[in-house]
Design a protein around this ligand. Structure first.
Ligand code: SF4
Ligand code: SF4
Length: 68
């Protein structure tokens, strides 16, 4: 099963990864704020991730690592 790991301190909450994901399974951690003041992205439904890397390729800050 594939999954993504988000570097929560690098993430700036821009949402590009969430928009790029064909499964629409990336959300934001509302209860958490990183050192830059952003709500970091998180994989909400890990069981649905297909490991396509669209999110990682779209991230301008290279905050996403995909494991397959
Ligand atoms: S690897 Fe693909 S399916 Fe998985 S979270 Fe990223 S864009 Fe979505
Ligand atoms: S594209 Fe990168 S910086 Fe933007 S929300 Fe996603 S992980 Fe965070």
């Amino acid at each position: 099963m594939a999954r993504i790991i988000v570097n929560e301190e690098t993430c700036k909450g821009c949402g590009l990864c969430a928009n790029a994901c064909p499964k629409k399974i990336i959300g934001f951690v509302k209860e958490k704020t990183n050192n830059k003041g952003y709500h970091p992205a998180r994989l909400m439904k890990p069981e649905e991730c297909v490991g396509c890397c669209a999110c990682a390729m779209m991230c301008p800050d290279m905050a996403i690592t995909v494991e397959r």
